[in-house]
Design a protein around this ligand. Structure first.
Ligand code: FE2
Length: 377
């Protein structure tokens, strides 16, 4: 990519670069802070070697020279010269229209509903262990939809860890390195009964909550017990489109979640059900009827309206049109982004056996592994 022209404007505070028929502008202090020279950035690990205190008080520019696909700028205060590549400037350009729509999806994600059912993203474990492109494709689907299935697991205790090994590390909790999901007498958690469970995100009472859950099936001959998943981002957007004020309330005020079901454990969090970034992007959904604690952070005058929105979100989540349903066979697992996708199961009968194992991990491992694979392949 060739740079056609570079000009300094606004008394040296702005660099305007023209290329491919477009003008991109950059601020002097931004360019100085992001200088790519070896005195500013370690050439080996890419980390910044200086702090802001090392920048001149006045970072204004006194010169800009184009050399093909590069521009060399000179800072007036100390005559430091720094070169920027055109491709780098295009990659990091911020002089553009930015979408600040409230409740918008994060980049690389797609909202879905029950219509996705025939196309549940699925891949074979050993294929992903052998083939980097197969792993990349599965991780891409997991990033995009927030859930994906895996087949071909060992049907023995601990087989689910092979799934986590694809992208990251197990997150241990008070439930252990993994937890068993099968009917128990005197269960410490309702998950360990045959009851049906409303779609939920796991462990919203932790802060930070586990961001990935893996559930693997070892036995499943009981009647019922199908799993289903619901896109929490799609549910939040549907609420926003039906009732913008209700959406606002669930994102503006914190809910509370608690778990005190085991001796020596007292977990509590204060977080919104719909979490947005400061500029309005969907960040996380927390929804779990079993562990929702009394709401005490909603202003008195807003409580009726808050509950109306909460009930509407709950009804949207329960709408069968939103759900993707499947029954796991022994040797199959599913992975959910626990910050986004709610999971549920239908009730199941005592006849036959149903034995699942679950564990937690973190989504930074998914995003990091995928990003590295994209660069590698
Ligand atoms: Fe769960």
């Amino acid at each position: 990519m060739q740079i056609d022209k570079a000009a300094i404007e606004d008394n040296g505070h702005i660099l305007r670069v023209s290329m491919g028929g477009a003008d991109l502008r950059f601020h002097d202090v931004w360019l100085r802070d992001n200088a790519q020279d070896p005195a500013t950035r370690d050439p080996g690990n890419g980390q910044r070697l200086i702090t802001l205190a090392a920048l001149p008080e006045d970072c204004s520019l006194c010169d800009a020279k184009v050399d093909g696909a590069q521009v060399q700028v000179t800072f007036a205060a100390d005559e430091k010269q720094v070169v920027f590549d055109a491709a780098w400037l295009v990659q990091y350009c911020y002089d553009r229209d930015q979408d600040h729509t409230k409740g918008r999806l994060p980049v690389h994600t797609q909202a879905w509903d029950g219509g996705l059912s025939p196309a549940v993203p699925t891949a074979d474990l050993s294929a992903m262990q052998r083939n980097r492109a197969a792993l990349r494709d599965w991780l891409t689907a997991l990033r995009g939809y927030g859930f994906a299935k895996v087949t071909g697991l060992r049907t023995e205790s601990g087989g689910l860890f092979d799934v986590v090994d694809l992208f990251g590390y197990v997150r241990e909790t008070n439930y252990g390195r993994h937890f068993e999901v099968r009917t128990e007498v005197n269960p410490i958690n309702l998950a360990y009964t045959g009851l049906g469970l409303q779609a939920h995100t796991d462990n919203p009472y932790r802060d930070p909550q586990p961001t990935v859950q893996v559930l693997a099936c070892l036995e499943n001959s009981a009647a019922g017990g199908e799993n289903m998943v619901v896109d929490g981002f799609a549910a939040a957007q549907r609420l926003r489109d039906e009732d913008a004020d209700g959406f606002e309330l669930l994102s503006k005020y914190c809910a509370r979640f608690s778990y005190t079901g085991s001796a020596g454990v007292s977990l509590h969090s204060r977080r919104p059900m719909i979490e947005l970034s400061p500029d309005g992007e969907l960040q996380a959904i927390r929804f779990n009827a079993r562990s929702a604690a009394p709401l005490v952070d909603v202003p008195f005058d807003m409580m009726t309206a808050y509950y109306a929105a909460y009930r509407r979100l709950s009804a949207i989540i329960d709408d069968p049109a939103m759900e993707v349903r499947f029954k796991l066979a022994p040797g199959e697992a599913f992975v959910v982004d626990n910050t986004r996708v709610l999971h549920a199961r239908k009730g199941y009968s005592g006849a036959g056996t149903r034995w699942l194992q679950g564990c937690y991990a973190d989504r930074d491992g998914i995003l990091s592994t995928l990003s590295a694979l994209e660069a590698e392949i």
